[in-house]
Design a protein around this ligand. Structure first.
Ligand code: PMP
Length: 456
């Protein structure tokens, strides 16, 4: 008897789910459940036998596609030999060492030039650690006033207290009492919403940063955190000169740069790290998602030798997590990185990204489409009430994404303003066409409905 045949019927499973499981962002009153049972490549299948085309790569993480037996075997082999071991104190093991060394080597091929790695279980935990490291770095050097963190509008960095605080999604901070504070929010570049030329945007935002540093005082600022390309904000790439110029200002003021590459690393934008493509050298880099393609929960914080030397001084780095450097997670990451290398998925991301951009551009004639954009294999369709005014839908695009899923089987993600896509790096041209056709089908109807004189 297989595990599948032991599974309860879909309705029974959904009923137990409703009674027992607390989902992120699902009101208890909502009955509908989509019960996923298996996946292969870019396809997922639910318990009713319906298949979906996954243009979201799970939560933007499944670079190598679903159902890779090779990764499952790497996990099983590691579990048989040494399923778990800690990296606290002087304990270590070959898997964590091999993966740390590999990540440093990958970073050296580009601009990242990291020297040391600290492992976490996911993205939020990585951001918490990176922010602690930034503050601890200054503290240990006697600059104890450097505690403020600069962040940006539209950013998402995680669900912990500090990572939620530096995010710009009010649901992470509203309804929980006092905030941790000491966060200053700068404007993130959003070329479509700003309606400015790229050079104007960078000048404006560099001036804004300089003004913020002058008013808070450089001696009180620990770090600035940012996503190279904002993912949850709507797959928004900055002008080419934005990050290099921001990084220059930070360096001049002794402020550390923390790049949140949870989404953008491991081929998502055609490089191992987006920082390589953008020509910046972060002090700390947060990684997760594509590190294991989601086959195991794992994250990592990469840091320069300068940061590492300070935070590993007397007593060592003073915090840690039980699962830091989990052997099975590290073995899974190694197998995943092998596939990315062997199948040249970095090149595939740019090739397929260009194809996706061209196909999405055909949606531009629809009145509900403000713009379509793409950077590597991150793409978005900006949905507007009326394209000349560029006003977003007040309710966001969440219901539209659900409708695309339910009517066409294409999985895209909704957001505050845009529909977003970040498919597995293995998506074929035919699948790209199918994904865009699904979006087009619903969006053309959506406009007809929105334009039709209704009951008021
Ligand atoms: N940073 C970014 C840029 C993210 O998109 C996410 C999650 N989507 C996180 C951090 C948090 O990662 P996790 O959900 O693994 O905690």
């Amino acid at each position: 008897m297989t595990a599948d045949s032991l599974a309860p019927a879909p309705e029974a499973l959904a009923a137990t789910d409703r009674a027992r499981l607390v989902h992120p962002f699902l009101p208890a009153a909502q009955d509908k459940r989509v019960v996923m049972v298996e996946g292969e490549g870019c396809r997922l299948r639910d318990a009713e036998g319906r298949t979906y085309l996954d243009a979201t790569a799970g939560m933007w993480l499944c670079q190598v596609g679903h159902g890779r037996a090779e990764i499952a075997e790497a996990a099983a082999a590691q579990m048989r030999r040494l399923e778990y071991a800690t990296t606290f104190w002087d304990f270590t093991h070959d898997r964590a060492v091999a993966l740390a060394d590999r990540l440093v080597r990958l970073s050296r091929n580009g601009q990242g030039a990291a020297e040391r790695v600290h492992f976490t279980s996911g993205g939020s935990e990585g951001v918490e650690i990176a922010l602690r490291m930034a503050r601890n770095f200054h503290h240990r050097r006697g600059q104890t006033e450097r505690t403020w963190i600069l962040t940006r509008t539209g950013s998402y960095h995680g669900a912990g207290y500090a990572s939620g605080e530096v995010s710009d999604f009010p649901c992470y901070t509203t309804g929980f009492g006092p905030h941790p504070g000491r966060v200053h929010r700068l404007t993130a570049p959003y070329p479509y919403a700003m309606g400015l030329d790229p050079e104007q945007i960078t000048d404006l935002l560099v001036d804004e940063l300089e003004a913020a540093v002058a008013s808070i005082g450089a001696h009180r600022i620990a770090a600035m955190i940012g996503e190279p390309v904002q993912a949850l904000g709507g797959m928004i790439a900055p002008p080419d000169d934005y990050w290099p110029r921001i990084a220059e200002v930070l360096r001049r003021h002794g402020i550390l740069l923390v790049m949140d590459e949870v989404v953008t690393a491991f081929g998502r934008v055609g490089h191992w790290f987006a920082a390589d493509r953008m020509g910046v050298r972060p002090d700390l880099t947060v990684l997760s998602k594509g590190l294991t393609s989601g086959y195991f929960p794992l994250g990592a914080v990469l840091m320069t030798g300068r940061v590492a030397d300070v935070v590993t001084g007397d007593g060592g780095f003073p915090v840690g997590h039980t699962y830091s450097g989990h052997p099975t997670g590290c073995a899974v990451a190694m197998a995943n990185l092998d596939i990315i290398e062997r199948e040249d998925l970095l090149a595939a991301a740019d090739r397929t990204g260009a194809r996706l951009a061209a196909e999405l551009a055909t949606l531009r004639g629809l009145p509900s489409v403000g713009e379509t954009r793409q950077y590597g294999l991150m793409a978005a369709v900006e949905i507007v009430r009326d394209s000349p005014t560029r006003d977003p839908l007040p309710e966001g695009t969440y219901a539209l994404a659900d409708e695309i899923r339910d009517r066409t089987g294409v999985l895209v993600r909704g957001g505050p303003r845009a529909l977003t896509l970040a498919p597995p790096l293995v998506m074929s041209d035919a699948e790209v066409t199918e994904a865009v056709a699904g979006i087009a089908e619903v969006l053309s109807g959506f406009h007809r409905r929105a334009a039709a004189p209704g009951p008021g």
